[in-house]
Design a protein around this ligand. Structure first.
Ligand SMILES: [Zn+2]
Length: 304
């Protein structure tokens, strides 16, 4: 599967850039290659005096069509295994991997002179109530969201290496206000979980953090309360695993949850429907017990 953005279709106007995201799937019984290389072939056009594209001049020192190999991706490094950071039933994996270009996958950022994709495996967790609703009543009130304030649990043992606790709650369903690079994740924790992996817990309630910089946490410890701070338009827990302590200056790492069971998946557009207050319709795809897997986009899962 491939998604392209940054240009119109497959043509880039002068001076623009684009990002191509590719998922390469293998069958469960397939032998995996050790490396993957993307070979990119592009055709160059000249810009005419009227600004419209035209063929390259015959005497151009650069060929009209050229190919190059992208960076090598090593295959087979196992995903980081963590425990779910939440408890209870009916959690929806909003903006999850990988069937569409979500705000997480599309967040390719230039930070300190390098392109970073910190959120590529991130999930925004919201919870359905017994009627399959994210909220009841006035969707602009935090109290309408029954799961607001749910305890957030450490997904793995580790040491707190980054934290922020100065963000006030946002008003649900309104654009987030007062964002800076420091406060964009709201009140948050980054925990060094070893092996070059860091767990990131974002948007928690102000003053709900139970640990401080340098503290050791154990998997399962309550480390804060789910909130609506930072870049957030409804109460949710943003969780991902990354390769450094800075939520923006890092790349997302593949991770899996040791155990969860799945009710199924929301149909296309189902995340927008539940966020507007409609009860969830759940399709049975992916339903059942899962071990050491990543919940996929809009999957509805039960944790213990
Ligand atoms: Zn998020």
């Amino acid at each position: 599967m491939m998604a392209v953005y940054g240009g119109k279709g497959r043509t880039l106007p002068p001076g623009t850039s684009a990002v191509v995201l590719m998922d390469v799937s293998f069958g469960a019984a397939d032998v995996l290659p050790t490396d993957l290389v993307a070979r990119v072939t592009a055709t160059r056009q000249s810009a005419g005096a009227d600004g419209k594209p035209g063929p390259m001049p015959k005497d151009s020192p650069v060929p009209a069509t050229f190919s190059f190999d992208g960076a090598v991706t090593t295959v087979g490094k196992p995903a980081v295994i963590v425990q779910p950071p939440l408890r209870g039933k009916g959690w929806v994996a909003v903006n999850g991997c990988c069937d569409s270009l979500t705000s997480h996958r599309g967040a390719v950022m230039a930070v300190n002179g390098q392109l970073r994709v910190p959120e590529r495996f991130a999930i925004d967790w919201v919870k359905l109530d017994d009627q399959g609703r994210v909220f009841t009543g006035d969707g602009s009130k935090l109290a309408s969201y029954a799961y607001y304030g749910t305890p957030v649990h450490a997904a793995a043992d580790g040491v707190v290496v980054n934290t922020y606790n100065a963000a006030d709650e946002q008003v649900p369903s309104e654009d987030a206000k007062g964002l800076t690079t420091e406060s964009i994740g709201g009140n948050m924790l980054v925990v060094d979980i070893g092996g070059g992996a860091f767990a990131f817990y974002a948007h928690m309630q102000r003053d709900s953090l139970k640990v401080q910089l340098g503290d050791h946490v154990r998997a399962g410890d309550v480390i804060g309360l789910l909130g609506n701070t930072g870049n957030s338009t409804a109460p949710h827990l943003h969780f991902h695993v990354m390769d450094g302590p800075s939520p923006l200056d890092a790349n997302g790492l593949p991770y899996v949850f040791s155990r969860f069971s799945s009710q199924g998946v929301l149909p296309p557009g189902g995340d927008d429907a539940i966020e507007s207050g409609e009860p969830a319709k759940i399709e049975a795809r992916l339903a059942g017990e899962h071990r050491n897997q990543l919940p996929l986009n809009n999957e509805v899962v039960d944790f213990e």
